[in-house]
Design a protein around this ligand. Structure first.
Ligand SMILES: Cc1cc2nc3c(=O)[nH]c(=O)nc-3n(C[C@H](O)[C@H](O)[C@H](O)COP(=O)(O)O)c2cc1C
Length: 472
């Protein structure tokens, strides 16, 4: 029977997804800048036997709403926002088994320094880290890194593909397993014959190597990715080990999973080499009625403005006729649909978009109810939709995680759907797949660089036919 994988979905900011909630009594979100907040979070997640704390990140501001940052700043919508990589050592120091998923973008900072930082984290945590590979979507982020505008979508994935190539060469190929001798008698710490430069020269990067960090338990951290686009899917099929999947209906979810698995097989991988997780909203209490009351209470704090800021809405939907379609309004205002496409569809009415926002974007993976109701729903997600796990969205920190741990976990355990203890000393990859699988499997693209001959042979780019242009 399939057991649920759970990550606590976090971001080092006041308002990550469910905007306005930071004002709710007892919510600790305003403490995101205190070390203690993260230590308490990590200890709580480990007490709940979670797979990992998963940290989102953006490197720009949401400045489309009202054509400024003002609303984002007012509502704490992902600004102020701290560097997620910096939080991991602190949380790792007060836990033994908890994993950490960290978001980092391949678009703006070159791969060599990132390989070193992530290698450091994997070494220090003894293999407890994962990386959420993103290519970034904010124009304001591009402008923070010397560009006038975002690099076109598919070209971002082409850069990301070469970025991965550099990382695999450093993580998998630069140091042999037996390179570090630590031999005090001969005075040889590292055998130089077992460490090599990578001499990568590609379209976007030139990196000599060698990698600066000695091999860690996983070498390559567990690779997470969220996507819906054809280019992103192709990228996932080659690289991702855990994919965030979306879908409005069971059929859509199942279709997305099946398609991704098929594409992975076309890349020489096994169908079950990819785990699928979704972002889930779970509000639980002793009874269905109490959970419904909790949901209503939370709704009092919800900020529609915050949601519009996050959706990069260029218009304030609250000021238009609810029967009009979003696409028509944008056309009339001379605006393109681009930014809002992450959240809405052009044919959607203003009224339905506002309702979607006001109802907490409940969607397919949302449940409010008693432990029994929630567990039934989760079993459906696992068995009918075919997912493997969730990123638990937080409404209230720490109540959301605490409620889940005290009410849902025991019910899932009773049904054999949740671990009752950690397997000691396992890496994050082993926890997600199987014992003994601390490293990328041999059928994964990245493992090719364990053969030094492949470091010399240029890898086939994933998007060889894509014209590369920095103009959007
Ligand atoms: C659960 C989840 C978490 C995400 N976290 C981040 C994040 O932290 N930072 C980010 O820039 N994008 C994040 N994204 C957005 C994705 O990186 C990506 O832009 C989006 O899924 C669209 O991909 P596509 O353009 O290939 O369809 C997240 C998406 C999902 C579904």
């Amino acid at each position: 029977m399939k057991q649920l994988h759970v990550n606590l979905f976090e971001m080092a900011c006041v308002s990550h997804i469910v905007h306005g909630m930071w004002r709710a009594p007892g919510n600790n979100r305003h403490r995101y800048g205190e070390m203690d907040y993260w230590l308490e979070t990590a200890k709580l997640a480990e007490r709940g036997l979670f797979d990992a704390v998963f940290l989102a990140d953006v490197v720009g501001t949401y400045d489309r709403f009202g054509e400024s940052n003002d609303a984002a700043l007012r509502g704490g919508v992902q600004i102020p926002n701290l560097d997620p990589l910096m939080l991991v050592p602190a949380m790792a120091a007060v836990t033994k088994n908890l994993g950490f998923g960290v978001t980092f973008s391949t678009t703006y900072e070159p791969p060599f320094a990132f390989a070193r930082r992530m290698g450091t984290l994997d070494l220090l945590t003894k293999g407890r880290v994962g990386w959420n590979v993103v290519t970034s979507y904010l124009k304001s982020a591009a402008q923070n890194f010397g560009l006038d505008d975002e690099i076109p979508h598919d070209n971002r994935y082409a850069i990301a593909d070469e970025y991965m190539d550099v990382l695999y060469k450093l993580w998998e190929g630069s140091w042999d397993e037996d390179a570090v001798l630590k031999d005090a008698t001969t005075g040889v710490y590292t055998n130089p014959a077992s460490v090599r430069s990578i001499h990568h020269t590609g379209q976007h990067f030139r990196v000599a190597g060698p990698h600066l960090v000695e091999p860690s338990r996983q070498r390559t951290p567990v690779l997470f990715q969220a996507t819906g686009s054809p280019a992103g899917l192709e990228f996932a099929a080659r690289h991702a080990e855990v994919v965030f999947i979306g879908g409005r209906t069971t059929e859509e979810v199942r279709h997305n999973i099946a398609t991704t698995r098929q594409r992975a097989v076309a890349h020489g991988r096994q169908p079950d080499d990819i785990r699928f997780i979704v972002m889930a909203g779970i509000i639980v209490d002793e009874t269905d009625a109490l959970a419904a009351r909790k949901l209503e209470h939370y709704r009092n704090y919800y900020s529609v403005e915050g949601a519009l800021v996050h959706a990069q809405a260029e218009i304030d939907l609250r000021h238009y006729d609810v029967n009009e379609r979003i696409g028509d309004v944008l056309l009339r205002e001379g605006l393109s649909f681009g930014n809002m496409g992450r959240r809405f569809r052009p044919e959607q009415t203003i009224g339905s978009a506002l309702k979607q926002i006001a109802s907490f974007d409940e969607g397919r993976f949302f449940v409010a109810g008693s432990p029994d109701t929630v567990a039934n729903q989760i079993e459906n997600w696992l068995d009918v939709d075919g997912i493997d796990g969730i990123n638990l969205r937080q409404y209230h920190s720490f109540d959301t995680a605490q409620d889940f741990i005290s009410l849902v976990v025991p019910e899932l355990q009773k049904r054999g759907r949740y671990r009752t203890a950690y397997t000691q000393d396992e890496t994050l990859r082993e926890r997600l797949f199987e014992a003994g699988r601390a490293r990328l499997p041999t059928q994964h693209f990245g493992s090719r660089y364990r053969n030094p001959d492949n470091l010399k042979a240029p890898a086939a780019p994933l998007f060889s036919s894509l014209p590369f242009s920095k103009a959007s």
